[in-house]
Design a protein around this ligand. Structure first.
Ligand code: AHR
Length: 334
């Protein structure tokens, strides 16, 4: 009688434990044990569509690589489309992701506005959209799940503060802006201007887009230096390093010394600007983190698993001057 009672009790306990602690199940419904360090098994392979801005800068190349390699590492069925700087290409890509019934869409928008109609189509198709690196300007915040990326306003503000201190509150500044309409360009410009507002003798003499590329940065800087106010320029704010690197070539071609005759601050932290700083040709960069693949796919997996994700996931960057650049250059990953 006693033995029977203990047999029944142990059977009940075993069943209860199994119910509380189910093993992860694969697509075929087979039980699978967890491998330490491996990504969490899910019920089916996740399909993700990604519309990337393009390949305008070294930063962007590193960003694409980080996202692609993380997708591979996690066994995601990944559909990558390069928008070549065109919003119409991105809208087309999003619609094709809807047709393909992907699980999640990643979007790095070329420009901030004009997204509501296509995002409503994604929402109607129940496909969550993650804004990666750049965000969208929409009145209905439920049109995207989360925005993962840097605080562009803060980057511009830090660049302005740094320059004002370096120039002792007095400078004639040329500004190379990023792609028109991109939130990275809009917010960096605002942050920079706001930082300078308390320094009446820090003047932005001339400002134009260099489209976040090295070639355009060079071309526009050449024009700046030839303009009537060109001779007064003694500082440059380039909204990304690539434009700063192009400007360095233009400054040298004009017979001036970049980093000395013209103090240069830019944003991103790519290896090229580290090399320029070590060579004394640039003065400061505000790091913007492009290696966000792991953060992005953490969010993808959480969303697919039905877990809540933070609406805003901010990345952080350091400020580098030449001394710090010398120490860090050997280990720079991008
Ligand atoms: O959106 C981030 C910006 O876009 C980077 O600063 C720039 O290099 C890129 O093109």
């Amino acid at each position: 009688m006693k033995t029977k009672f203990f047999l029944v009790l142990s059977l009940v306990l075993t069943l209860a434990l199994a119910a509380c602690n189910p093993k992860p199940t694969t697509e075929e419904g087979k039980k699978k044990s967890e491998t330490p360090g491996a990504t969490k098994p899910t019920t089916k392979q996740i399909t993700v569509g990604y519309s990337q801005v393009g390949a305008e800068s070294a930063w962007r190349t590193a960003n694409t690589e980080s996202i692609k390699s993380e997708a591979k590492k996690r066994g995601v069925n990944f559909k990558f489309v390069d928008a070549q700087q065109k919003q119409e290409n991105q809208i087309k890509a999003l619609r094709s992701f809807i047709t393909q019934k992907v699980d999640v869409i990643l979007l790095s928008p070329v420009v901030a506005t004009g997204w509501e109609p296509v995002l409503r189509e994604c929402k109607a198709a129940k496909i969550p959209v993650i804004c990666s690196d750049r965000s969208v300007d929409v009145s209905d915040q439920s049109l995207y799940a989360t925005f993962i990326g840097a605080d562009f306003y803060e980057e511009g503000r830090r660049a302005g503060e740094w320059l004002a201190k370096k120039m002792n509150g007095k400078a004639m500044i040329a500004e190379l802006e990023g792609s028109p309409g991109a939130d990275a360009a809009i917010a960096r410009k605002r942050g920079f201007a706001d930082a300078l507002a308390k320094y009446p003798e820090m003047k932005i003499l001339i400002s134009q887009t260099g489209e976040f590329t090295r070639a355009k940065g060079k071309e526009v800087m050449e024009a700046f230096l030839k303009a009537p106010e060109g001779k007064q320029i003694n500082a440059l704010f380039a909204q990304n390093d690539d434009m700063g690197l192009g400007a360095i070539q233009a400054i040298e071609a004009a017979g001036l010394k970049p980093g000395q005759d013209i103090t240069i601050v830019s944003i991103d932290g790519v290896k090229g600007i580290f090399e320029a700083m070590v060579a004394g040709k640039a003065n400061c960069t505000i790091e913007c983190q492009p290696l966000i693949g792991p953060l992005v796919f953490n969010a993808v997996e959480e969303i697919v698993a039905g877990k809540p994700v933070q609406k805003r996931i901010k990345t952080h960057g350091d400020l580098f001057e030449p001394e710090a650049a010398k120490k860090a250059i050997a280990t720079r990953k991008y």
